[in-house]
Design a protein around this ligand. Structure first.
Ligand SMILES: O=C(O)[C@H]1O[C@H](OP(=O)(O)OP(=O)(O)OC[C@H]2O[C@@H](n3ccc(=O)[nH]c3=O)[C@H](O)[C@@H]2O)[C@H](O)[C@@H](O)[C@@H]1O
Length: 430
């Protein structure tokens, strides 16, 4: 059977019978007939194009309808309710990345102490979105609404600020992961650069402007080899695109602070772990693989040196986030106009006791009561750094930041959560 394309644009010689008679009348008729045939074909093509275009716009508007799961009177009411504070002097906080690991913990802590929280998350599939949905349900049970939407959706961002005069933004939405940046570089630009700028544009235009606290990363120290890492150390040698986008974020936020008077605090998190954590991180994937009897790969640095991280427990990080929000100071501008200087700060939030990766595995083995099958491998040149170690004296001075959970205790809590969430023998875990 011929395809529609073949029907419309016949290319096979002999498909049309050619009349070789030469009588003028017939020529005229043929000419007329061919003109009218062409005319009919032209009409047909126009009609086809028009119906294709209207179908496309129907599909597009359908897509918009289905992806934009926001809007409507009921939705607006839910947003306002979720943002309501429940203590004198309470904050109304927009938490981006609220269905993420740190975002969900911070949202719950804010709500618990009586602050209003509205969450935003795009539920992307970098890791199992069902875990993000489960965190969303948890937040929902505490009357926190998490809006499904992207930072880059300018209309949605403006709408949220129309509905609520947010006093603070806790910006935790990001494309995380150091090594994944080599697989999908544009996702880092989309979330960590473009998304950040969209958020800052919205905040600078808001009236009142909120104060912003956002997630930078220990990875900005890159190849810095002066330990422990202090905020005064150089951060101009990122080792991964991820780190480069976080460093860029620090420069971009500085610009918005300088031009528009936005109060901005960047938090350099050091390998945060704990219950409801991120399945892409080593402690989480090691746990899964150890339980499933699979071999885990442990990277090693130059001269067979073990890699080490200043692993920081989620509850300590939450305290640091709340302390930063409480001391953020105020933005001075409104509606895009600066009225005076506003605070611009960057803090390390780490644990101050780096632990070698093989030691992390030993602790997991103990808590899981399963021996790990280890494969030791040279660290691939994919953005990793050999060690991290935070100097936290600045955060301690500014808001009394003092981590209290060591890796033994923190991993015990993580393992307890992991087993209650996934069970012992689940093979289908991400
Ligand atoms: O502190 C930070 O700034 C960063 O911490 C983590 O990055 P990373 O420290 O690389 O955390 P993991 O991916 O959990 O890796 C921890 C250690 O385990 C090692 N590792 C990882 C995976 C693996 O299969 N084997 C292995 O030995 C890594 O080389 C690294 O030394 C987060 O993934 C980043 O999003 C965050 O910004």
């Amino acid at each position: 059977m011929p395809s529609l394309e073949d029907e419309l644009f016949p290319s096979t010689p002999g498909k049309f019978k050619i009349d070789r008679g030469h009588n003028i009348n017939r020529q005229f008729h043929r000419c007329f007939a061919s003109t009218s045939t062409m005319f009919i074909w032209a009409l047909f093509l126009i009609a086809l194009t028009a119906s294709y275009l209207s179908f496309q716009s129907f599909v597009d508007s359908g897509n918009r309808y289905f992806t934009a799961s926001w809007g409507g009177i009921q939705w607006e009411k839910q947003i306002r309710n979720s943002a309501k504070t429940n203590r004198p002097g309470g904050m109304s906080v927009l938490v981006t990345g609220a269905a993420g690991f740190i975002g969900s913990h911070v949202s719950l802590a804010l709500k618990k102490r009586g602050d209003g929280v509205v969450g935003l998350d795009n539920f992307n599939n970098y890791y199992d979105p069902s875990l993000k949905k489960a965190r969303q349900s948890l937040l929902h049970s505490q009357a926190i609404l998490v809006v499904e939407g992207d930072l880059n959706d300018v209309k949605l961002m403006a709408k949220l600020f129309d509905l609520v005069a947010f006093t603070h933004v806790m910006h935790l939405a990001a494309q995380a992961g150091v090594r994944y940046a080599m697989e999908n570089p544009s996702s880092y630009v989309h979330s960590n650069i473009a998304g950040l700028v969209t958020l800052l544009e919205t905040c600078k235009s808001a009236n009142p402007q909120p104060a912003i606290v956002w997630a930078s990363s220990s990875s900005v120290y890159g190849l810095n080899d002066k330990v422990p890492f202090s905020e005064l150390d150089r951060t101009d040698q990122p080792a991964s695109l991820y780190a480069a986008t976080k460093k860029a974020g620090e420069e971009i936020t500085h610009t918005y602070n300088h031009i528009y008077g936005l109060a901005i605090t960047g938090l350099r998190f050091f390998t945060v772990y704990g219950p409801w954590g991120r399945p892409d991180m080593a402690y989480f994937s090691f746990t899964r693989n150890i339980l499933q009897g699979k071999t885990i790969t442990i990277y090693r640095g130059k001269n067979k040196a073990d890699l080490a991280r200043d692993f920081t427990y989620i509850d300590d990080i939450v305290k640091g986030c709340l302390g930063s929000l409480d001391t953020s100071g105020r933005s001075t501008g409104s509606g895009g106009k600066k009225r005076g200087p506003a605070p611009y700060r960057n803090f390390n939030l780490g644990n101050t006791t780096p632990v070698k990766v093989p030691t992390l595995v030993n602790i997991l083995e103990k808590h899981l009561r399963v021996k790990a099958k280890r494969k030791i491998m040279e660290m691939p040149g994919n953005g990793d750094v050999p060690y991290t170690h935070a100097n936290i004296s600045l955060a301690r001075r500014e808001f009394g930041y003092k981590p209290t959970t060591d890796l033994q205790t923190g991993l015990k809590k993580f393992v307890r959560w992991y087993l209650s969430y996934y069970g012992y023998n689940r093979k289908d875990v991400w």
